[in-house]
Design a binder for this molecule. Structure first.
Ligand code: NAI
Length: 342
């Protein structure tokens, strides 16, 4: 599905978009982990979407109050709450998009990989239920480490015989959101104009912003490139440290996840001009999963945008090679976990 893209089509759209007029509120969205730090503001932002008819909120606890609260907003979608494993199947039936921010977040000093033992099991269990109840849905994985939880999800779906690689997404939108913000600040650009593709994965050096491919085209000194790249790669840790043990990014993450949901819904609704960076099954490198810009359509990923990988700067080309071993280990760790007997 690799393809090149006419330049004027790439990365123009901002969220929320006012360029596309949606037909009606027709899509059902489920959030699994909806009572959490990300889940609550994400629920609110999805409740504001004109495309959503039903918002299903699932968590192991505390979700009734969140749903009651959100249901008072006078926007079209109906809000329903589901608590605990016995209500999970009902939550997922007939859903078009499932967003998974369930799991524990980082504390200062932790890497995303330190979350593996707990979150791997949570993602496995939830994706098994998705496979059983809404196998055609788009699946958005937010739970970290994304570099491993997406491969876990893929293996679970394969074991259930319902894997569609075009519909499984690791949410890396926050890396793009951060890159756009930091670059606009540094270069004094209008935020609305800035779009930086971010490729690779979603942890440390696997996060690779392609400043040479951003719009508008801007010149950077070598120092600016390494400083901006490091800030984008460590932005999650910046928030974890500022929150001093009270969690990781939740509000900016909810904003980014809501943008990715809205993009998915516009694609499902037939908008033919939807592009996002996301961590998906990919043949753009020698790794089985890789984040890149993709074109979204009714059936999920319509094309991987290979053009961003051409004519990289030396800095980017080196960083791309340097990130592959770490990303490979994370992917293989996820696959091995999924094949372990319970
Ligand atoms: P949180 O602890 O505030 O919320 C997590 C929620 O998941 C809680 O409400 C909890 O009850 C729920 N939960 C736990 N086990 C569950 C299960 N089996 N089924 C359903 N729900 C379950 O955590 P927060 O801050 O919302 O973060 C969630 C995840 O998102 C973490 O893994 C974090 O690392 C990740 N994250 C990912 C980012 C990305 O860019 N992809 C950025 C920021 C965070």
């Amino acid at each position: 599905v690799a393809s090149c893209l006419p330049k004027h089509k790439v990365g123009k759209r901002q969220w929320p978009s006012n360029q596309f007029q949606p037909r009606a509120s027709i899509f059902k969205v489920a959030v699994l982990g909806a009572a959490g730090g990300i889940g609550q503001p994400l629920g609110l932002l999805i409740k504001m979407s004109p495309l959503v008819s039903d918002l299903h909120l699932y968590d192991i606890a505390n979700v009734k109050g969140v749903a009651a609260d959100l249901s008072h907003c006078n926007t079209p979608s109906k809000v329903l709450d589901f608590t605990g494993a016995s209500e999970l199947a009902k939550c997922l039936k007939g859903v078009d998009v499932v967003v998974i921010p369930a799991g524990i977040p980082r504390k200062p000093g932790m890497t995303r990989d330190d979350l593996f033992n707990i979150n791997a099991n949570i993602v496995k269990t939830l994706v098994e239920a998705v496979a059983d109840n809404c196998p055609d849905a788009f699946i958005h994985i937010i739970s970290n480490p994304v570099n491993s939880t997406v491969p876990i999800a893929a293996e679970v779906l394969k074991q259930k015989g319902v894997y569609d690689p075009k519909k499984l997404f690791g949410v890396t939108t926050l890396d793009v959101v951060r890159a756009n913000t930091f670059v606009a600040q540094k270069k004094n650009l209008r935020l609305i104009d800035v779009d930086v593709p971010v490729i690779g994965g979603h942890a440390g050096i696997t996060i690779l912003p392609l400043l040479s491919k951003m719009r508008p085209s801007v010149t950077f000194t070598d120092e600016e490139v390494s400083e901006l790249t490091a800030r984008i790669q460590n932005a999650g840790t910046e928030v974890v440290e500022a929150k001093s043990g009270a969690g990781s990014a939740t509000l900016s993450m909810a904003y980014a996840a809501a943008r990715f949901v809205e993009s998915s819904l516009r694609a499902l609704d037939g908008d033919s001009d939807v592009y996002e960076c996301t961590f998906v099954q990919s043949n753009l490198t020698d790794l089985p999963f890789f984040a890149s810009r993709v074109k979204l359509g009714r059936k999920g990923v319509e094309a991987l945008i290979s053009a961003d990988f051409h004519n990289l700067s030396d800095y980017e080309a080196n960083a791309l090679e340097a990130l592959k071993p770490e990303l490979k280990v994370s992917i293989e760790k996820g696959v091995a976990f999924a094949h372990k007997q319970p």
